[in-house]
Write a protein that binds this ligand. Structure first.
Ligand code: LLP
Length: 432
């Protein structure tokens, strides 16, 4: 089910021409395929069928209300990290009772809001946080459901900025201190210890780190489940996606055809983990973000200028690092393809944005089909951590977002208007 494809040289999202969307709505434009994101959700959920499981989509990856509604209607739970994300889930029609609340810095206000709304569980990252949640719950006359997030100290073999499960990272309770944290939670009167959680990192492309973490945690989980009557173990998110040649690889889609270029697929993931997890007898939660939405979205941009310096060819486009920061921030690779393919002539190009920073690039010295001003390009696999990490740097408005479903398309976030950029700003009395 590869839902970005070409028809007579033109890029399509499902049955809708991407070029026509760009003409109608302008660029930069995020375009998402509803079929792709629901397909990913179902593939993963189906693969985990042997387990009593719940897929809690990580809202941080793409928090557009329409995206959340699609997943809520498929029965997803949600992994949230702020009051804002919880309010989004609720606004989209999701239930707080299917949300887990992660993050090292939950404020009293956020805890209170989540408790009042009936959150499924707080994934707690420290003893001071347990104490705080207990205090807020006591004040409200409630019992707060908590799980202890443990740090298994396992290297996920991914980019340093998205590694979370080693002792160099701020996340979770160190493995050796988890029993103590659980004992503390059990003694606090307004807490109910419901589970254990871990998340070792993002964009993991192999099963081994997941397997190593699960193997390390199982004996402890078994002991603590017997001692405290735990209900679930969450093994976090982190399933990686293909970023290179995601379009060119065509169908059948890589995640459905193992061994598929060494990448972990839902079947391989579940095949390795389910036999280990099943005997625990606990409900298993997973918190995928990127895997669900990453390949389901693209960022469409227009070429403004082609600038040849004698040393380089700079393709200057109207999207920039403020729209998609992943290349600048993580040296991330996004495949770049022309929306209309009219030549096979390749030119070594740097695709760059208009922002005044040398780091504002999408690729460097990459052979790309020759383009002209006015052509559209698509940055592939931009559905996760794309729009959500956008900023207004250089006073650039946030891009619009469109959702495609079969032959239909709709704007799910209109382009930000320029006066909205300074709407919250005021002059101090002495400058009036
Ligand atoms: N659960 C927890 C507790 C997390 O911290 C994260 C991601 C997830 C689940 C979802 O991880 P995923 O399945 O998407 O890998 N901005 C970075 C990624 C940051 C991930 C943060 N935590 C990027 O653009 O690559």
């Amino acid at each position: 089910m590869h839902l970005f494809h070409r028809q007579s040289g033109e890029l399509y999202c499902e049955q809708v021409s991407v070029g026509e969307l760009a003409e109608r709505h302008g660029t930069p434009l995020y375009v998402y395929s509803q079929g792709a994101l629901s397909g990913r959700y179902r593939d993963l959920s189906d693969a985990l069928e042997p387990l009593d499981h719940r897929v809690c989509y990580a809202v941080k990856a793409n928090s557009n209300l329409a995206v959340l509604r699609v997943l809520a209607r498929l029965g997803a739970g949600f992994d949230i990290v702020s009051e804002g994300e919880l309010r989004r889930v609720i606004a989209a029609g999701g239930a707080a009772g299917r949300c887990v609340f992660a993050g090292v810095g939950k404020s009293e206000r956020e805890i209170e809001f989540a408790l009042r709304r009936g959150i499924y569980c707080f994934n707690v990252e420290s003893i001071p946080e347990l104490v705080r949640i207990n205090r807020v719950a006591a004040r409200l006359g409630k019992i707060a459901p908590v799980a202890v997030r443990l740090n298994p100290n396992i290297d996920a073999h991914t980019h340093a900025k998205i590694t979370t499960g080693t002792y160099q990272n701020k996340f979770g309770v160190p493995f050796e201190r988890v029993e103590e944290a659980c004992a503390r939670a059990a003694r606090l009167k307004n807490l109910r210890l419901r589970g254990l959680q871990m998340h070792i990192g993002s964009q993991l492309t192999k099963a081994e780190p997941f397997e190593a973490a699960v193997k390390k945690v199982i004996p402890l989980a078994r002991k603590l489940a017997a001692r405290h009557g735990l209900e679930f173990l969450s093994i976090g998110g982190g399933l990686g996606i293909v970023y290179d040649r995601a379009l060119a690889s065509g169908s059948p889609a890589w995640w459905q055809s193992p061994p598929s270029r060494g990448f972990i697929t839902p079947a391989a993931y579940a095949g390795r983990l389910a036999p280990l997890l099943k005997p625990l007898g606990l409900r298993i939660l997973i918190e995928p973000g990127r895997f669900i939405v990453g390949n389901a979205g693209i960022l469409v941009t227009r070429v403004e200028y082609v600038k040849k310096t004698g040393v380089k060819t700079f393709v200057i486009v109207d999207a920039a690092m403020n729209d998609l920061i992943r290349p600048a921030f993580y040296d991330a690779f996004h495949e770049i393809v022309p929306v209309s393919r009219h030549t096979n002539l390749l030119v070594s190009s740097d695709v760059v944005g208009p922002i005044c920073e040398s780091g504002d690039y999408f690729c460097r010295d990459r052979p790309l089909p020759k383009v002209r001003a006015g052509d559209y390009l698509a940055l592939m696999s931009a559905g996760a951590y794309g729009f959500v990490q956008a900023s207004n740097y250089n006073s650039r408005p946030l891009a619009a977002e469109v959702l495609v479903n079969g032959a239909r398309s709709a704007v799910i976030r209109r382009r930000q208007r320029l006066p909205e950029l300074w709407a919250g700003e005021t002059f101090p009395a002495w400058l009036r």
